[in-house]
Structures are given as C-alpha cells and as structure tokens.
Design a protein around this ligand. Structure first.
Ligand code: HEC
Ligand code: HEC
Length: 362
C-alpha cells in the first residue's frame, strides 16, 4: 500500500502543471490575475514517459541451452498427462499468450477455475505468480502448472513423466547441454521452462517507440487515449507504465478488488482470490493487477474471463466497476465520455507485443 501511495503521489506530482511565471508586462511583482497568459494545457502523453528497463538476470553460462530446452518443452504436448496439451495450448499467440476459453480447460476437458493470463514480461515479475500470487517463483509456478489441472500429471507422477520425456532421443542432447548430463528431472524441466518464459520480453511496442521519442509511433487517437490513461482515467495508478501493471514493480505483486466475479453471487460462491493466500479479509476477491501489454489481443478479459470485448473491459474499469463490500476506492467512475473511452481503447493496441516462435520439437 505504501508503495502504491508513493507511486500515486509521484504521478500526481509529475502531472502538476508548472506554475505560470509570476509578473508580466506590468513588472509590479504582483502576479496580476487575468493578465498572465494561461499556462499551456498539460498533456501527459507529451511529457517524459517511462521506458522499459533491461531484464537483468544472474549470470548463467548454460542459460541459452536451458532456454532452448524450455522452448521445446513449453510447446510439447508430451509433457501433459494424456498428450492433449502443452503449456502453449493455453498461452497461444492467437490469444495474446493468454487463453481463448473464459475459464481454462485442462486435460480430460476438466474446467479449471480461472482464465489464462498473458505471459509477456513474466520474467520481470518479483514473485506473486498467478492471479492470486500464490507461487513465489517461476520455477514453482511451472511445476504447479505441470502437476496440477493445467497439464494434469499429478505431483507424485512428475518423476516418472520427466523420465519419459528424458527417453525421447531428441531431448537428450538438450538436457546434456543445459545441465551437463542427459538426465531429465522435474526440477530441470521446471528450470528450463522458467528460463524460456524469461525470454518472453515485450519491450518494443508502439508505446515503447513513442516513449523513446518516435512521435509518429502513436496515432492522434492513441495519444489522446494515453492522455486519458495517465490523466483523467487514472488507469496508471494501477496499470503503471512501463509494465502497465504496478504488480511487476513490487515484491510479491499488488492486488485489488475490481468487483469482477462478485455480481449476483452469494458471498460464499465468490472466488476470494488473494484472501486465500493471505487470510486477510481486506484481500477478499482481490486479484493481481494484470499487465495491459498485449491486452488488445487477449480477449476475453479478467480472472474469470467474464468480459468478452476490450471496449467493454475498458468501460467497466473506467465507469462501471461492480460495487461490493471490498471494491477498491480507486475504482470509482471516472465519468469518461464515449469519445474518451474510444481513445482509451485505441491506445490499448499501442501495447501489442510480438508472437512466440514455434520450435521444431525433438
Ligand atoms: C489448461 C490451460 C493451461 C495450461 C495447459 C497451462 N496454463 Fe498457465 N495458466 C493457466 C491459468 C488458468 C492460469 C491462471 C491460474 C490462476 O491464477 O489461478 C495460468 C497462469 C500461468 C502463469 C502465471 C502468470 C502470472 O501472471 O502470474 C504462468 C507463468 C503460466 N501459467 C505458465 C504455464 C506453464 C509453464 C505451463 C506448462 C507447464 C502452463 N502455464 C500450462 C492455464 C494454463
Ligand atoms: C485500483 C487499481 C486499478 C485501476 C485504477 C485500474 N485497473 Fe484495470 N485492473 C485492475 C485489476 C486488479 C484487474 C484484474 C481484476 C480481475 O480480474 O479481477 C484489472 C484488469 C483490467 C483489464 C483486463 C485485463 C486482462 O488481461 O484481463 C483491463 C482491460 C483494464 N484493467 C483496464 C483498465 C483501464 C483502461 C483503467 C483506467 C480507466 C484501469 N484498468 C484502471 C486494477 C486497476
């Protein structure tokens, strides 16, 4: 909370207009009201903008080899219990690296409980993986996805599944290069998946080029949308540039109740989100602030995939968050006009990322 308060204070300070120079033609020293020219209208989009930092990782001479192994594993359906799915199946390019199903569907067509999030820039996150932040590291997350309903292998069967993958002839040189010998183990597989996921860096969007000074990178509508995003819409209090999520900047993540999944439900039927991790009632139905990078490509939206289109999602966040006992005070209506909402939506596609490349499987 303190960090958030500081971030808001900083952005408010940054937005404050420079005071109009005192004095004027009269030279009396008393700033004659009405005589000074009005200060120029401040457009946050035209000021200094946050650019993406480099992702710094500890030295690892075998990193490239781990990435090559993890890249193959991420796309390989043989990692799942029944050969039906790979990690990529729920984090596809077509869906912005999120999922197409409102609620993800695992092996055996078993419905999971939440929507697949966008994975771009996941390597920047300081802990707090998943919508509720329950996994501390990317390795822990990858192991959980592999064992749990996502790939359905089961905790007790990871060793056997790893051995099965290790027997595939084409994988042996990859394990050898990454880990010094050809043995496949659950930890090695999780480590390689994590190394690969840290290469999912989205840092050259139209917004990034604009922030670096290419003023032609954003259309007029997108620049107006960025003004609304940083200014009247107050989106950047939570979707803070350059990650477009303050959660990426704070150890363990940042969580808010945005009212999603609370409408028309008895309290005991609501997904309590972060509260299940912290036990803290103030975290009831609070979820991690997702990055908005690639958001225009990642419908449907929110932790329950309950909103189908970007226009609806943006309008919901700006003007219509569902009232409930724990709604964040930052989510009151901003009374944006239809034109401002349209500009905001236009700006969202300035955050489009690239695509993951599909490897040739061993
Ligand atoms: C059946 C669909 C499905 C499959 C397969 C799948 N995931 Fe996911 N993934 C999800 C869902 C749903 C969530 C969010 C779950 C939650 O927050 O409770 C998620 C969350 C994540 C996150 C956390 C993102 C964040 O913002 O913190 C990462 C990282 C991730 N998955 C990687 C993987 C990896 C690695 C694999 C393969 C081992 C995998 N996923 C397989 C559906 C899937
Ligand atoms: C109080 C913090 C906060 C503010 C302010 C805020 N958001 Fe969000 N936003 C969130 C959280 C938390 C979620 C995820 C909620 C959930 O799924 O339960 C979210 C989700 C979203 C999503 C869906 C992303 C996805 O991948 O599913 C969009 C789009 C979005 N916000 C846009 C905006 C816009 C535009 C504004 C400004 C009008 C805004 N938000 C203001 C916290 C905030």
């Amino acid at each position: 909370m303190t960090v958030l308060a500081l971030a808001i204070a900083a952005s408010v300070a940054a937005c404050k207009k420079k005071e109009a120079p005192a004095g004027g033609a009269t030279g009396t020293g008393t700033a004659g009201a009405g005589t000074a020219a009005p200060p120029p209208v401040t457009r946050p989009s035209q000021g200094a903008l946050q650019a993406m930092p480099a992702l710094t990782l500890p030295d690892d001479p075998a990193r490239d080899a781990k990435i090559a192994l993890g890249h193959a594993l991420f796309f390989d359906k043989r990692l799942s219990v029944d050969g039906s799915r790979s990690c990529y199946s729920c984090h596809m390019n077509e869906n912005g690296s999120g999922g197409a199903d409102p609620i993800a569907i695992g092996p055996g067509d078993k419905k999971l409980t939440r929507h697949s999030p966008v994975l771009w820039n996941i390597g920047y996150q300081k802990g707090g993986f998943y919508w509720d932040g329950r996994a501390a590291t990317l390795e822990e997350q990858a192991t959980a996805a592999w064992a749990g309903g996502n790939l359905g292998v089961g905790k007790d069967n990871l060793g056997a599944k790893a051995a099965e993958v290790g027997k595939i002839a084409g994988y042996q040189p990859l394990f050898q290069a990454a880990y010094g010998d050809a043995a496949a183990s659950p930890d090695r597989i999780a480590g390689a998946l994590a190394a690969y996921m840290r290469t999912m860096v989205c840092a050259d969007t139209a917004y990034d080029r604009f922030a670096k000074g290419d003023k032609a990178a954003l259309t007029e509508a997108q620049q107006r949308g960025l003004d609304v995003f940083l200014g009247k819409g107050q989106c950047s209090a939570c979707h803070t540039p350059p990650h477009f999520s303050i959660a990426m900047q704070v150890e363990g993540g940042v969580y808010f109740n945005a009212g999603i999944g609370t409408a028309g439900k008895a309290e005991q039927d609501v997904d309590v989100g972060r509260q299940a991790v912290t036990g803290n009632p103030s975290d009831w139905a609070a979820f991690k602030v997702p990055t908005l990078r690639n958001v225009a490509r990642s419908a449907p939206y929110f932790h329950d995939g309950s909103i189908a289109t970007l226009a609806e999602a943006v309008a919901y966040m700006a003007n219509g968050a569902q009232a409930n006992k724990n709604l964040s005070a930052l989510l009151g209506s901003k009374n944006l006009t239809a034109a401002e909402l349209a500009d905001l939506v236009a700006f969202m596609s300035a955050l489009d990322c690239g695509d993951l490349t599909e490897p040739t499987l061993p």
